[in-house]
Design a protein around this ligand. Structure first.
Ligand SMILES: [Zn+2]
Ligand SMILES: [Zn+2]
Length: 345
């Protein structure tokens, strides 16, 4: 029995599963109500992410005023997992996985989600993701840093206080292995990054674009799986958040505000999603094939409560969708770019 973080190889599919058996009991504040509460307090004395409150393990949060970062109290990955004897059978392959997990609170405000923050505050969140990514990537055993946000109880978010996470690890996770292979293959064939060619063609077609500025484009990808899935893609072949100039960070903040505001306006609720950046591996290699981008995967389909399930055929065969990406893009374009809670303000 292995009791520390490790990966197990799926001999059937060739992909890996991260196991974190040490992570026994985590606090769970989500899934209390069927629909999100109409309004949250600016400060919640029972929230372990609010300023001045106590977290698990007795640590007290500082009286922070901007973003706030701490090491995850229930990290799925640890810097030094114990090396334990595993099976030697070729079909039962596992390997210890080293890593670190951090939490990034967007602001002291318990009630302000990403689209409700002003642009300088979103830029501050991006600056924090950038600094923490670079700090984690600088550790010699780290080869990949995943920045992500789970928003809403529907996406398994354990606390409504707006926050995100960074998981850094010593091996490339499945999604990165796949995207790296596709981008490397395209680059070797064409001498240009796949995603810069893709964005150019989408900008020419104008069928799936939500928003575009000088440095970033937000669109519903041609191959989208989730009903209102979007990508935010850099125009320049930047590999990581650290490569962005100040004006590119501002442009990224604007694109994020556009996407998340339109999401909330779609059903006039705080729209749940999982969002994350895909940065190039932090493996010390140059990655000219890679283009920095973010994925947004929202589960909702028709209303605040009707969600898309990935079950049956999707689990066993392949993803399937009814609403086309073009219709989804049209709907997201047709709603206001001003947040419904901030209209008339
Ligand atoms: Zn809070
Ligand atoms: Zn990606």
């Amino acid at each position: 029995m292995i009791n520390s973080p490790h990966r197990r190889f799926n001999a059937l599919t060739g992909e890996w599963v991260l196991n974190s058996p040490h992570r026994a009991k985590r606090p769970w504040l989500g899934q209390v109500e069927k629909t999100p509460p109409e309004s949250l307090p600016a400060y919640d004395p029972t929230c372990y992410l609010c300023p001045r409150n106590e977290r698990a393990g007795g640590v007290t949060n500082p009286d922070y005023s901007g973003t706030f970062v701490f090491n995850n109290d229930f990290a799925a990955l640890l810097p030094d997992p114990s090396e334990e004897a595993a099976s030697t059978h070729p079909l039962l392959v596992s390997a210890p996985e080293r890593g670190s997990c951090r939490v990034v609170c967007f602001s002291p405000r318990h009630d302000l989600t990403l689209p409700e923050l002003d642009l300088p505050a979103i830029e501050a969140v991006i600056a924090t993701w950038t600094r923490e990514s670079a700090d984690l990537a600088a550790q010699d055993f780290i080869r990949y840093v995943q920045v992500f946000e789970n928003k809403g109880a529907m996406m398994g978010c354990s606390n409504p206080h707006p926050h995100s996470q960074l998981w850094a690890q010593s091996q490339l996770p499945n999604e990165i292995v796949k995207e790296l292979a596709r981008q490397a293959e395209y680059y070797s064939q064409h001498g240009r990054p796949l995603l810069t060619d893709y964005v150019q063609e989408e900008l020419r077609l104008q069928e799936r674009i939500l928003f575009s500025n000088d440095h970033f484009t937000a669109l519903v990808p041609f191959w989208a799986v989730w009903p209102f899935e979007t990508m935010v893609i850099a125009h320049r072949a930047t590999q990581s958040l650290s490569d962005l100039s100040a004006s590119e960070v501002s442009a990224l903040a604007e694109a994020f505000k556009q996407v998340t505001t339109r999401y909330d306006n779609l059903f006039e609720i705080s729209f749940p999603y999982s969002m994350g950046f895909h940065q190039a591996p932090a493996d010390g290699e140059a990655h000219p094939e890679w283009v920095l981008h973010a994925h947004f995967y929202p589960p909702l389909l028709r209303s605040a409560t009707v969600r898309k399930f990935m079950v049956g055929y999707e689990m066993l065969a392949m993803p399937q969708r009814d609403i086309t990406p073009e219709v989804a893009a049209d709907r997201l374009r047709s709603v206001s770019a001003v947040h419904y809670k901030q209209r008339g303000m």
